[in-house]
Design a protein around this ligand. Structure first.
Ligand code: MRU
Length: 370
């Protein structure tokens, strides 16, 4: 997608065999890029959220593993580097998914062939992510078009939480891809952007990327969604996911569950957009089985932003000495989800139930209620 009119991706190969990323901790105030040269660089970029969003951390981990294998292609190095990358953030399944896929691709090969094969596999994962997100956009735009045709004028108002746009993937995004494709089709869309405390991915990243693509949007405080829905100002809630159980429970950024409850109470459709790689086919009870990342409490007690002079500073917003807890994700049960939008189409949440394998999804994917 575009930054200052220039097409960009979130991660790309640079000269000298290293990778470059947009440093998302500096957005929206600065567009800075960072070079990732060693396994340590990749692990730190994921843990410190210079790259974030489930699909993007999966792709970054794949490139991190390819980088590690350049120095040491042994089985031990493969296992050690993979374990470090997977441990960098625990909730999104895409990390483990990418590392398992990379290991499957390189393990049968001779040591000398492993590093180039790993680089090719990481590049393939990145390209597949772009294609999957574009297809999510096409399917989701159909849903937005259907909602537009039921309205008697005015934009389709979409509420989103956190950032599940192109900055959370390699390109296009998941929850925001349908909005970009709908805009391409000439459908008028307005996005309510939850600020998304504590790290403000909504206010900082979603608003930034929507603004860069010229999409109408309004940032709201995290607690405003219920009020907006009660007053008929939301036609659709559209969010991403970090891990989806085979029964359709979805982990996403903390606060997503509360939006789903408000949506159910107000009969607002609540859809989750994610690639198939975000489904964890091994688990069925999201609240019990999905590990919820707990991050540094400083992210709750402090905030980083720009002064009017343009300096980026951190300020403390809490009473000194108070304890703070920082749960990064929550789980929305399937019963609150109207449907999933994947690269293979739309599926009712209950359509995921009883599915035990990836291939069954192909057979069972059906149009969901909108
Ligand atoms: O902590 P983050 O910023 O990595 O959390 C991101 C989200 O919760 C996204 O909604 C999710 O990863 C889906 S991204 C397409």
């Amino acid at each position: 997608m575009l930054i200052d009119g220039r097409p960009m991706r979130t991660i790309w190969p640079a000269a000298g065999g290293v990778m470059e990323i947009i440093d998302q901790t500096r957005l929206p105030h600065r567009v800075e890029t960072v070079r990732l040269e060693t396994l340590d660089d990749f692990v730190a970029a994921i843990a410190d959220m210079r790259v974030r969003g489930a699909p993007l951390i999966g792709v970054t981990a794949a490139w991190g593993l390819a980088t590690a294998l350049r120095g040491d292609p042994s089985d031990e190095a493969l296992a050690r580097a993979g374990a470090r990358l997977v441990a960098a953030r625990p909730t999104a399944v895409n990390l483990a998914w990418a590392i398992e896929r990379m290991a499957r691709a390189v393990r049968p090969l001779a040591l000398a062939d492993r590093a180039p094969a790993a680089a090719a596999e990481a590049a393939a994962i990145a390209e597949e992510d772009v294609a999957a997100c574009r297809r999510i956009g096409e399917h989701g735009a159909d849903l937005i078009a259907a909602l537009a045709s039921r309205k008697s004028g005015g934009p389709v108002n979409v509420l989103t939480h956190c950032n599940a746009g192109w900055l959370a993937t390699v390109d296009w995004g998941t929850a925001l891809a349908p909005i970009y494709v709908a805009a391409e089709r000439g459908i008028e869309v307005h996005v309510w952007v939850d600020e998304t405390r504590p790290r403000n991915q909504g206010a900082a990243l979603t608003a930034f990327e929507l603004g860069q693509q010229g999409i109408a949007h309004t940032i709201v405080a995290d607690n405003a969604g219920g009020h907006l829905m009660q007053h008929g100002k939301v036609d659709l809630c559209l969010v991403g996911a970090d891990r989806i159980t085979r029964t359709g429970d979805a982990a996403n950024k903390i606060g997503t569950y509360l939006k789903a409850l408000a949506a159910m109470d107000n009969a607002v459709p609540f859809h989750v957009a994610a690639p198939i790689s975000t489904i964890d086919w091994n688990i069925s009870d999201g609240a019990a089985e999905i590990a919820i990342e707990q991050r540094d409490s400083r992210e709750v007690t402090h905030m980083t932003g720009s002064t009017v002079d343009g300096a980026i500073v951190e300020v403390m917003i809490a009473a000194p000495g108070s304890a703070a807890a920082n749960y990064a994700f929550d789980v929305t049960p399937a019963r609150l989800i109207s449907g999933f939008i994947t690269e293979r189409g739309m599926s009712a949440a209950h359509g995921l139930a009883a599915m035990t394998s990836d291939s069954e999804f192909l057979v069972r994917a059906t149009a969901s209620r909108s």
